[in-house]
Design a protein. Structure first.
Length: 513
């Protein structure tokens, strides 16, 4: 393999030496431009700027954490850059994981809050008050880390108030806690997660009740139930929430059916329900006078013998009857729908003429009746309980929606054109590169095979006869015959030539003899 490369290098050197100065300049320029074009094309296709050798190490750091990280990077001789007001740190892309491992070894970036590692180091001179404060800090830190484990929570703070114990139960205050959370961009906590955080904190602190926990976000908005201490208000809040969920469920159910038939954005459905939240219990006793059951029976027999009036037999019986009785204990279910009111608004149809102008066409009465029947059956319409429904046909104002759709179409068209232009540029560069290679190959071929110099006439101009003389034709025929015999009988021809060479040469005759 080494001999091959040596021969290749020597051949290329020989070719380079044969080139003229102009050819050397052209060849070098073509090679350089071709290399630069390929590099630019590769960088452009990746969509990243050339020379971007830095990658994010950590993003959205707090100011204190960013300062500690940059200080450690400076001590370890890592080059870095700061972006996003110093909250994003970038390092060399080849040293990202190495830098992260080095920072992790140094305990950076620090986890938010201080947990039970606060007690890793013992202090014999610590007072009881400091011990209690550290225990509360450790518990707050552990709860903070647990809450920050949620995907929706970016950061959190937990504050716990532990009252001093007292011997008088009437003066004993309740334990309270507050949680402040910062949401991740575009995320929010749902009600189930808020309840989960509430019960997590209450279960982690001894004597802490869920109604004594407040959860707010960094904008000051209260996320937990504001009526935690009032059972009546809490019940009313839960009833309103249940009613809203039922209305939303019914609206979604009807909208799914109509959107599948009429199309998206062609209908609006609103449902208002009146629910019965009264909790009623009643006990009923029913008696059936036609039904009698023997409850008890007494019989007394008395026999008297040798009595003055003779032998006597007395019989006495007592029977008690019980009337059939039924006892019913009825508990009315909470949250039944007493009445629902349904409102449906439909958009009409649009027809386009030859010029592309759309004309609004209202829906027919038959179509409205069909929609009304579908909604009634899907939502459990009951006329006996006073349900009402209204189906109206109105023209929707979709001007803003049409503008948005037109902008999206224009944007998609622009992106398609840019993509086509990009691919066209790639094809054009490839074609130019092929022409460059062809020109380079032609230049090298011309250098290896220079044209023969043109012979200038020496003053003697030979005239080529139009017709070949007869003796020339005979000589040519003889020569062709000799050539054919030479190929067919080379041994005989060689003997003839040898015999000619051995014959004596005749003396030359003198002129005039």
């Amino acid at each position: 393999m080494s001999e091959f490369f040596k021969q290749l290098i020597s051949q290329l050197s020989a070719i380079w030496q044969r080139l003229t100065l102009q050819q050397k300049i052209i060849t070098s320029s073509l090679v350089i431009f071709t290399f630069l074009g390929l590099v630019s094309l590769m960088v452009w296709s990746k969509g990243t700027p050339a020379g971007n050798a830095y990658r994010p190490l950590y993003s959205n750091l707090e100011t204190e954490d960013a300062a500690a990280v940059t200080e450690q990077l400076t001590k370890a001789n890592y080059k870095y850059k700061l972006e996003n007001d110093g909250r994003t740190i970038l390092v060399d892309k080849n040293k990202v994981y190495e830098a992260r491992m080095a920072l992790a070894k140094a305990g950076l970036p620090k986890a938010h809050g201080v947990g039970y590692e606060l007690f890793d180091k013992t202090n014999l001179g610590m007072t009881d008050f400091v011990q209690k404060v550290n225990a509360r800090r450790a518990l707050e830190g552990e709860l903070q880390r647990t809450i920050e484990g949620l995907e929706e929570v970016k950061s959190a703070r937990v504050h716990i108030v532990l009252p001093e114990p007292t011997i008088f139960l009437d003066n004993q205050k309740d334990t309270k806690a507050s949680v402040v959370v910062r949401m991740a961009p575009g995320r929010e906590l749902n009600k189930e997660q808020i309840r989960g955080i509430t019960f997590l904190v209450s279960s982690s602190v001894d004597g802490l009740k869920p109604q004594n926990i407040s959860i707010i976000d960094f904008e000051g908005k209260l996320l937990s139930n504001p009526f935690g201490g009032d059972e009546t208000a809490m019940s009313s809040s839960q009833n309103v929430e249940l009613q809203q969920n039922v209305e939303k469920y019914l609206e979604t159910k009807a909208d799914q059916i109509l959107s599948g038939v009429l199309g998206s954005g062609k209908c609006k459905v609103k449902v208002s329900v009146l629910m019965d939240f009264d909790k009623a219990e009643k006990t009923m006793e029913k008696y059936d006078p036609e039904s009698r059951v023997v409850r008890s029976e007494e019989r007394e027999d008395e026999n008297m013998k040798n009595a003055p009036n003779g032998d006597q037999n007395k019989e006495k019986s007592l029977t008690n009857y019980e009337i059939d009785k039924t006892i019913e204990h009825v508990v009315a279910e909470v949250g039944n729908i007493k009445r629902q009111t349904i409102s449906v608004v439909l958009d009409g149809k649009y027809t386009a003429d030859k010029s592309g102008k759309e004309t609004y066409v209202p829906r027919t009465a038959q179509e409205l009746q069909q929609v009304e029947d579908v909604v009634k059956n899907s939502l459990g319409y009951d006329l006996a309980r006073g349900d009402q429904i209204s189906v109206t046909n109105m023209q929707f104002d979709n001007e803003f929606l049409r503008k948005e759709q037109q902008e999206l179409r224009d944007r998609d068209l622009w992106q398609n054109r840019m993509m086509m232009a990009k691919y066209g540029a790639v094809v054009l560069i490839a074609i130019l590169f092929i022409f460059f290679l062809r020109f380079l190959a032609k230049t090298i071929a011309d250098a290896l095979n220079p044209p023969l110099p043109k012979l200038e006439p020496l003053g003697v101009v030979e005239e080529v006869p139009d017709e070949i003389p007869e003796h020339v034709k005979k000589s040519s025929a003889i020569l062709e015959r000799v050539e054919m015999l030479t190929r067919e009988e080379p041994i005989n021809i060689a003997l003839i030539i040898r015999q000619w060479l051995s014959e004596p040469v005749a003396p030359a005759r003198k002129k005039g003899a």
